[in-house]
Design a protein around this ligand. Sequence first.
Ligand code: FAD
Length: 638
Amino acid sequence: MNKPGLSRRDFVNGCALSLAAGSTISPLDAIAQNMLDPAALPSDYYPPVKQGMRGSHDGSFEVAHDMRDGKRWSAVDAGDPTYDLVVVGGGLSGLSAAYFYRKQHGPDARILILDNHDDFGGHAKRNEFWHDGEMYLVNGGTLNVEAPQQYNSAAAGLLWELGIDRARYFEKNRKMFSRYREMGLKGSMFFDRETFGNEQLVVGYGSDPFDEFIAKTPLSEEVKRDAVRLYSDKKDYFPGLSSDEIRDKLAHISYRDYVTDVVGCHPDVVRLFDSSQLGIFVTAMDAIPAIYCREMGYPGFDGLNLDEVPVDQLAHEPGGQHGRENTERAESGDPDMYFPDGNATIARLLVRSFLPDAVPGSSVEDVVSAKLDYSLLDRNDNKIRIRLNSTVVNVAHVSDEQVETNYVLGDRAYSVKSKAVVMACWNNVIPHICHEFSDRQREALLYGQKSPLVYTGVLFSNWKSFADAGISSVSAPGGYHPSIGLPPSLELGEYQTSRDPDKPIVVRMSCYFNEPGLSRREQHRVGRSRMLATPFSTFEHHIRDQLSRILGPTGFDDERDILGITVNRWPHGYTYSYNPLFDPDEWAFTTTSERPAIIGRQRLGRIAIANADAAASPHTDAAIGEAFRAVNELMSSS
Ligand SMILES: Cc1cc2nc3c(=O)[nH]c(=O)nc-3n(C[C@H](O)[C@H](O)[C@H](O)COP(=O)(O)OP(=O)(O)OC[C@H]3O[C@@H](n4cnc5c(N)ncnc54)[C@H](O)[C@@H]3O)c2cc1C
């Protein structure tokens, strides 16, 4: 039906189509006759360069919200042959599911991947800025391969098969952060007048001795004294309690309450840690158990009579806190790996493995700079097709051997049939798409709330203002963007992050939406609504305002120095992981099969469930590992 080269843009532009000498038909007739594939993309389609509001961009979520609110569509046959596998969700989990399925079933397996966004990769998206013929990259979401040594074997194997060789990577990229240090740049903390009364940038956060750093801040003498005490005291705040009893106490008190009520510090001391934990938990400090902070190396625990958790216990298991909290454990292997576009590199490598013509090149190094041809993603003759802008609204068995999947693309619904489906979309979407689950499974799938966070890339014409301030990153507790910084200094093939402060660079900024005082799940839910109601203009105002206040004294001029802004909003961001302040201890600290993620991910006939949510772990290796499990479950059921 699809003629290569005929595109949706042709349709939109209303061009007539030449079929054979002397005969033309209108695009509408072509669609009616199944000759024009509505999913085909024009050859100049290239979403990574789009700026403004990205992430869950306008047009990507409205159909899903209508579906949640009860809207139903009647679908027409898409005209595709029956697939072996349909994958719902084109994130790292969905792409990995296609990879594993093809590996198991052979290169002739016919697979369709459907995703509601205009680009593949799910959270693992890239933002591309161009200036004077040069490309500048930043991750739009999924940032890094965190603690690669701890990757589950399915994920570690997949990265290796895709050509990601850690030894080769680190040969070039060991200095990704130390390069800034060698230039004399340090971390810093910005105290804004709205939160702290006085406005001041204090350099040396994280590098200078804490008491020297804190002495330079505009904090009151009482706060300074308490902060130093928190770092230096080796007091046993729970005398007479056993290690297990102390662990239990720390699991059921927030770090905020531990610092203020147990250690007895001024509440402003807690603010100092706001920006560092938000990137991990997204909630306010009142929803983070003290035990998680202890495992991550936060201060205040040195005098406690606590035994260490055995190294590697639960290291790969879902259900814990954010993941690799135990700093010592996480740092025991290779450091985290960063690519210039984050884990979008992995998504691109996966797509290259199915559709080499669409992603030219042959190595990890060249995939970073490859110009991807999106018009080749969904061609008739592909064994694996990736169909973007397509929101799945219904998945149902039509027999024991066949499943029908309906999706909305543009203003029409289409249906395709397959022998099996992998749901690699979010857990709390699944019950709205598929109505065959038991009440128990449905409830389990709906349990978690994904966290709302925003990653922004700002293309600077130069970064002299950072260099002149002597900083590479800024923690801004209380600020709209609590975290601001230069990207890791990387080199992959022809791509190199700017090493010259006179040259452009993409500055990373992140912000988080939460609501102190509520449970973790409620903080995420309320924060998400606020995020979705926040227009680009508000983000832009805060970006310009914050950068001007922090870097203005060293010469930054937002009108002159900002060349581009991309705000990636992720209302459904990190996977929900369990938290003993609000969830049963067993969910947080054991591998019990009573965890909602485990109940929720059970295969249903020819439908298996992947996605990081199925592991209750917000990590790339969880996304890949769950894809591996889901594909294996289908194999064992056939
Ligand atoms: C801002 C951010 C930063 C992160 N940083 C890191 C990091 O540094 N390291 C790390 O390991 N992890 C990180 N993560 C976690 C990240 O979620 C995982 O690493 C991984 O990318 C998740 O992949 P996934 O395929 O499971 O889910 P997703 O990437 O969410 O992909 C699921 C896809 O399914 C689509 N979908 C949902 N419903 C439908 C439907 N009805 N029809 C069609 N498609 C649908 C979604 O829109 C999405 O595109 C980060 C996450 C976020 C949001």
